[in-house]
Ligand binder design. Structure first.
Ligand code: PMV
Length: 323
């Protein structure tokens, strides 16, 4: 049995940064994101009688990435065993390719585990609802739970495996303009950075408390289709995340001087009436949100800082082939 799935990255407007349960990947607070329409990951999973293999972007993946893939496939084998399927004993040949940059703050782990969850569940013959697929993807990389969802997603933090999943929400149409100032892999992974922040940053509890409040405000702003409020909440929240991260010991810095220059440029855009707001994940690249009609003007203003990509809301993870 074999299946191929495709998934897109997502960029959070309300960020996930901190776990309540490291093994189950239950976050300490909920989050909210837009799924992108570019930079897809396409992953095929074919069952074999041997051990698991993992090829990423045309080459055999390193031992760490392969071990993480096998650990994830073990979860799928557990589900197959619970369903009484003999695929529970099978190995898998996983072949994955990213259309966007890998591990540089453009959420390749989100699209990667969303595509892997979708393809693997089908290849192993495990039937899962979209909520169950979101929960499964979460175990690979927390933010992957949101890449199952079309357009805009809220990930409910929950307090257990069963209650921590993403689902769709409606939000006004918007564009994202990403500025890739550095496409090489980041020095501190999200996983390590989150643990260090929780264990050493004195502002961690305040960050979690404010994220809970911001998510509620964001959901209200989305329901009211209030783009200005969504933008303001997004930008303030991103700065708070980088502040709590910066306060770790030893300090962690994901933003680069160019990132700060882009934040300045976005402030200047607003002062001249171009309504744009900026955010950044665990890396130096900046993502600017704006109304769809303003995307070309925003892109023109920041083109000098790096590679520009413009995104619309995109589709959740889906199967593209089953054999
Ligand atoms: O899912 P992870 O472990 O790659 O963490 C994602 C962390 C951020 O991208 C910084 C925030 C988010 O909510 O996507």
């Amino acid at each position: 049995m074999a299946a191929v799935a495709r998934a897109h990255p997502n960029i959070a407007l309300v960020k996930y940064w901190g776990k309540a349960d490291d093994e189950l990947i239950i976050p300490a607070a909920g989050s909210m994101s837009m799924t992108l329409d570019k930079f897809a990951t396409t992953t095929s999973v074919a069952l074999t009688s041997g051990s698991d293999t993992f090829e990423l972007n045309g080459t055999t993946a390193d031992a760490k990435a392969t071990a993480r893939t096998t650990a994830f496939l073990d979860l799928v084998r557990d589900l197959a065993a619970q369903a009484g399927l003999d695929t529970a004993q099978a190995g898998a040949q996983v072949v994955s390719s990213n259309e966007g940059p890998t591990a540089a703050g453009m959420a390749s782990s989100a699209s990667g585990f969303a595509a892997l969850a979708t393809a693997a569940a089908t290849a192993f013959g495990v039937e899962l609802s979209s909520r169950q697929l979101s929960r499964l993807a979460r175990r690979g990389s927390g933010s992957a739970s949101r890449s199952l969802i079309d357009r805009f997603a809220v990930w409910h933090a929950g307090t257990s495996d069963a209650t921590s999943y993403a689902e769709p929400i409606s939000a006004p149409d918007m564009a994202m303009v990403s500025v890739t100032v550095n496409a090489t892999a980041k020095k501190v992974s999200s996983r390590d950075g989150m643990t260090a922040t929780r264990d050493t940053s004195p502002y961690y509890q305040a960050w979690i408390d404010t994220t809970v409040t911001t998510l509620n405000e964001m959901l209200a702003a989305c329901a009211a289709e209030d783009f200005t409020r969504i933008g303001q909440l997004t930008e303030t929240h991103a700065h708070r995340m980088h502040a709590v991260i910066n306060a770790s010991h030893p300090p962690i810095r994901y933003l680069a001087p160019e990132s700060w220059q882009i934040f300045e440029e976005v402030t200047a855009m607003r002062q001249m009436g171009l309504e744009a707001y900026a955010t950044a994940d665990a890396g130096p690249n900046v993502v600017i949100i704006c109304r769809p009609d303003d995307a070309a003007a925003v892109a023109a203003r920041v083109g000098a800082y790096g590679q520009i990509n413009t995104f619309s809301p995109g589709p959740g993870a889906h199967l593209v082939d089953v054999a």
